[in-house]
Ligand binder design. Sequence first.
Ligand code: XMP
Length: 516
Amino acid sequence: MNRKETVIVLDFGGQYNQLIARRVRDNNVYCEILPYTTDIETIKQLAPKGIIFTGGPNSVYDESSPHYTPEVFELGIPILGICYGCQLMAHALGGKVISAADDSVSEYGKTETNYDVQNNVLFHDLPQNGISWMSHRDYISQVPSGFTVTATTKNCPVAAMANPDKKLYGVQFHPEVNHTEHGSDMLRSFLYNVCGCKGEWKMDSFIDDTVAQIRAQVGDKGVVLGLSGGVDSSVAAALISKAVGKQLTCVFVDQGLMRKDEGDFVEQTFTKLFDMNFIRINCQDEFLSKLKGVSDPEEKRTIIGTEFYNVFWNKIRESYGSGFFAQGTIYPDRIESGKGDAAKIKTHHNQVGVPQDIHFEDIIEPLKDLFKDEVRAVGEKLGIPHELVWRQPFPGPGLGVRVIGEVTAERVKILQDADAILRDEMDKCGYADKMSQFFAVLPGVRTVGVMGDARTYSELVAIRAVTTDDFMTADWAKIPYDILGNVSNRIINEVPQVNRVVYDITSKPPGTVEWE
Ligand code: XMP
């Protein structure tokens, strides 16, 4: 992998740390988030082109607040301190940081800022005034010797500072946030004009390098991968297939709880487009028999998770329990921002625990350094269909969480049919791309209706559709009434067990995306 050019994002616990890393990579520079507890020797060995100190929730005067050895400022490596990182730099080098006793100097949100565009390379060629995004209580009242003030605001005497001779720069605001006008230009200028980066981080070279690396590692052995049909495992599978072809075996456990026809779509995609052994285990009956009579959502999740684990590993034990095991872990699965321990691996749905009796030579995680949008870019370059690369999030337990109450084959089928109509209508009218996620739910409610001259007492279907950036919060999608009307008509006409359709207009919070 091309790692010549690395920038380190040193994590002091700020909320935007992943965003900083994303912005650096947007500029074709590879970067890694490391916790502030990382030993300076490790940093020296990595020989980064630059280091970015992130923000953080602390005050430099708190005893427990994260610090870093001042030796880092002597390495000759360019450093950009952001918010808390800027205060830390000022404090460590003899400047003055004031813990604002009142809120007169604290700034939150969009703030008018004046930049020294003549003398500061970060702000060169930018307008002299602009909006920056601030979020601080403490402030720098005096810059360290050798530094000059390079930006100010009404309340903040040092909104940015610089010591170009030592290649040390600090900004009190957050250039990584979209609200900071020209923030990405400032970061780019740091990377290219201060650090001297060339922009070598490209997805094409990532693919070539990773394929070569996998080939060298695997030799003539086998690789087995659990394919869920989600984006991450699909891209990992395509990448490994490109590297070792038929030495790869993908095991796809179809528990019969996917959206309509999705199991077939996954099978066709991987058997037709890629060179690999593809094993599909159809086991809806087994899953449904385990779920019989169970309606508690947590219990359903546990049963589905356990059954999946058993089915999957039993298959592996049969014939693939050697060689290498691959999984679609991606970068955000590995980092716990702000915990100061980025190396600690979170237990995550992308990472499957290997049973103790199965011994692989090693685990291959070809996407472990990529963010989700980088994974998608790789997927598209590898020729995975758009539909799969841009797949909406789908819960691990599948429709088990969307069929409320007991999960039976008949109820799964009703939901799949209604959901397929919803997707078809959204695709046809071009509204699908306007939403982050949309699906049908079968709440298990029966209502009275009248169809023809007859009274009906049938299932209710709910439509859930949301827009969101991160799924932590979400707004219900404002789908035009006529589109909703078409969906409702079609579901009632085409799915005989349903006589009423409702639309969920709850945001998150207070609701969640899934109903469970
Ligand atoms: P909630 O319902 O918590 O969902 O608002 C937020 C997002 O997470 C998805 N989701 C899951 N994704 N495994 C996953 O990979 C799961 O078990 C799971 N449960 C919920 C949900 O679809 C939504 O996008």
